[in-house]
Unconditional design. Sequence first.
Length: 441
Amino acid sequence: MKNTIYILLFVFTQQIIAQNYQTGKYYTSNQAISAIDLVLRDDNTIKATFQTHRGNYNYIFNPLLRNKGSYESTKGNFVLTSEKGALMLLELNKNDQINATIALATSKKALREAKNKLGIKSNVFTKKKKKATKYFLKNPTSDFHKENVGKIVFFSKKPEVGKEDKTLIKDSFKVGEEVWAVAYLPSAFNANRYFKRLTNSFYDAYGKTHYWITVGVDKNDKDRLPKENEIVNQCTVKSLYKDDLDKNYVIFQFIPASVESSVMDKKGSVFLLKRMGNRLQSKKHRIRVSLTDGEMEQKEEIISGYFNYDATSGTESLLAMSKTIASKALESKKVPTAVRKDTSIEREMLMQVRLWASKNNWSDVDFRRAIITLDWTILKDRYGNIEGKYIEGDLLYKSDEGCGYRNFGFIRKYQGGGRYASSLRQHTVGATAPLSCKKVK
């Protein structure tokens, strides 16, 4: 009886060892690497020496905290891990997609068994038929994340990542229903250039970096050209903050059920709802949503998902929602704040801009008043010579296309000897911004 117990314990122990890396020599299923010598070090890192016909190459592997028994290399893009009880080396591309799976074992017999478990039929690398993309997920938030890495999954309500309520998952919606989405990434946004590119970073004039997520949206109607199926090439759905860049997922509202429930980016929701209202035919569609920076070809948009959308009726409600959200956003926008008030300068600004408008095809725009937004500063050329005294203002206007304001810069030219021209001249032209016509007096 005791002997039987000892045998069972020995077999059980060997099975555990077979699934974990130990110091020693490992045979590989890859012809380019004849063997790998592993040293499990006292700090729980692994030194791996790859033996190849070109020579030996050393790599250091660090443990992945949330991937028990897995290690990633500090250079290159290799992972030591296991699957189905077999040890393996994964070669990943820059987006953490698996390029090659190499079985490892401490004996030739064990290597044959590992190859069978992993479905490796040859030790020579050959080009295979295109198959579904497979990722190695670093630091998974849940088993659900593991199952859906590289995908965008859709929900009827805002989900909690790591504790997903599967009753909220849907792949079919109709007009009027709320659509939430989660993009499950294989690694964090700041892990490599491709995922960082998806955050659309922008540095403002004050040195602050802004990040936001954009999506491309397409119909998948048969017998249509890609451009005919396009709903939006790029649409902002959510702003990101610095902490979000360390996450390997992003949650965003894709379609609100009502104006009141809309929490997605205001400009993005106005744009997307309008496009969907205009470009969806009165029928059922299969919609593709992908993370993009707007410049990617569709084949480069690797994080994507699909859902069925019943638009047989109600598309006019999407247009109405777009218009209402735009109107509310405009109503909430404040008139620029004046840094100082000077009726004489404001009058000069207005006169100069009206002259500018008559010469630049803005003669149909009615400029109403000026607001000083930047007080006097000395303007110098690149050699340090004084050009003049510079000031800026936002000029409020009305037009047939709507109301808003535009920024202009003005100068009083330097005349030497500490003297400046008495008259103001329009000097620069800046950006425009919309504003409710009720606020333009």
